[in-house]
Design a protein around this ligand. Structure first.
Ligand SMILES: Cc1cc2nc3c(=O)[nH]c(=O)nc-3n(C[C@H](O)[C@H](O)[C@H](O)COP(=O)(O)O)c2cc1C
Length: 158
């Protein structure tokens, strides 16, 4: 069975940001947002190291990571547990891992390396309303509530 299902793949594409959690050698957690990330294949998610020296340092001492991402409007997403290594541009395999990220980052955001995440498990993240108030909670009602919370007006695409 695929570790990264089509549903997870769609959620990665819809999520603007992911949050990467790592730990240092003492167990101190570190979490930071990354915008440039993608599903590389059925087993791996790749994240661009553009300005993440802390994550890179932690991954060198402890490969265990957690990555979460949500669609902030629908208020659903996933939490991924796995292990990560950083692949540098000088290393073999870099071109393959970096390909989906280079499209997103362009030349404006130079990639120092790619965090290649081997996905071991995936759990869904749901806003509590979906479970607490199932009769009145729909994706559309959550979108409306998020639009109000963020003070955003939805425009129809031309
Ligand atoms: C909206 C947003 C998107 C970001 N995207 C990325 C990214 O894709 N890659 C990256 O390395 N840093 C990205 N950053 C910057 C890191 O989150 C930031 O430099 C952070 O302090 C890195 O922490 P770390 O060194 O502990 O990983 C982003 C920051 C913000 C606010």
């Amino acid at each position: 069975m695929k570790t990264i299902t089509n549903e997870v793949r769609d959620a990665v594409e819809r999520s603007v940001l992911c949050w990467l959690a790592t730990n240092d050698e003492s167990g101190q957690p570190n979490v930071s947002p990354k915008e440039v990330f993608a599903v590389a294949d059925d087993q791996h998610i790749v994240v661009a190291n553009i300005a993440s020296p802390g994550s890179a340092k932690n991954i060198r001492v402890n490969q265990k990571i957690c990555l979460s991402f949500i669609d902030v409007f629908v208020q659903k997403g996933f939490k991924v547990m796995g292990t990560a290594v950083e692949v540098k541009p000088s290393e073999s395999g870099y071109a393959r891992w970096a390909a989906p990220l280079l499209e997103q980052a362009g030349e404006r955001y130079p990639i120092q390396g790619v965090f290649v995440i081997n996905v071991l498990s995936v759990r869904s993240i749901l806003a509590p309303s979906y479970r607490l108030y199932p009769c009145e909670t729909t994706e559309e009602s959550q979108i409306q509530s998020a639009l109000r919370a963020y003070g955003v007006t939805r425009h129809k695409r031309a």
